[in-house]
Design a protein around this ligand. Structure first.
Ligand code: 6PG
Length: 241
């Protein structure tokens, strides 16, 4: 019997990572839609997801009109800013799919961070999110939950304001409690530069989580790590299927 507190780990070669991730994500979105009629999908920012979003555009096995799009985090910038996570997803996924604005729920980074944070908590409502996509930074951060930031372990608020060591400093992020209440949490990690940190995260799953990425453990939902072989290289051999 697999240990339910550990992630399901899928490792792909670098040339297959994007298509394997798109397959796994599309399958989960389609299953949620089949079960519930709609899917509340949370998009990640950064560089790893972009080619995966572009690959998802071609997926005809997903009823995209039944998906409501949210974000795991946003920089305190406007929607057209080059560092906006919303802008990246709009360019790579939403515009190519022709998604109606009625189903797009972005974090308003142009507002004061506190206002954007409070407003997004209202937007999210009380229902658990269905599929949450996350990346992991080289320091073990995920979404915009950063090591050492007290807001990164906030378990009451649904959305938090955090400070990134890299600019733009001010971020708005789903809290750990919101992420861990989701039905499917998918961590997307690629590249050799993440390998040692990911191995530390894996150890912390057993020894007691310290890093934000190690604290991502859905209460009742699925935790899926989608890795390329470079990012998985330092994991214990038995972890790599
Ligand atoms: C962001 C992301 C952030 C990202 C990691 C990994 O706003 O930048 O939410 O958490 O997922 O920093 O970024 P890469 O995929 O570019 O390595």
């Amino acid at each position: 019997m697999a240990d339910p507190s550990l992630p399901t780990v899928l490792v792909s070669t670098a040339d297959r990572f994007v298509s394997a991730a798109a397959d796994a994500i599309a399958t989960r979105i389609a299953n949620v839609i089949e079960a519930r009629g709609r899917c509340r999908l949370v998009l990640a920012g950064g560089g790893t997801p972009r080619p995966i979003y572009e690959a998802l555009v071609g997926r005809e096995d997903v009823a995209w009109s039944a998906v409501d799009f949210f974000w795991g985090d946003e920089r305190a910038v406007g929607p057209d800013h080059e560092q906006s996570n919303y802008r990246m997803a709009r360019e790579a996924l939403l515009d190519p799919l022709g998604v109606s604005d009625a189903h797009v729920f972005r974090i308003e980074g142009e507002r004061s961070a506190a206002e954007a944070c409070d407003a997004y908590a209202v937007t999210l409502g009380d229902s658990p999110l269905d599929v949450v996509l996350l990346g992991m930074g080289g320091d073990g951060h995920t979404a915009s939950l950063f090591p050492g930031d007290p807001a990164s372990v906030e378990m009451t608020a649904a959305v938090v304001v955090t400070l990134s060591p890299k600019p733009p400093a001010v971020r708005i992020s789903l809290s750990l409690s919101t992420i861990n209440a989701a039905k499917h949490v998918v961590l997307l990690v690629a590249g050799s530069g993440k390998a040692e940190r990911l191995a530390q995260v894996w150890r912390e799953l057993a020894d007691g989580p310290q890093l934000p990425a190690a604290r991502v453990r859905p209460t009742d939902g699925e935790l899926l790590w989608l890795l390329d072989d470079a990012a998985a290289a330092a994991l214990p051999q038995q972890v790599i299927p």
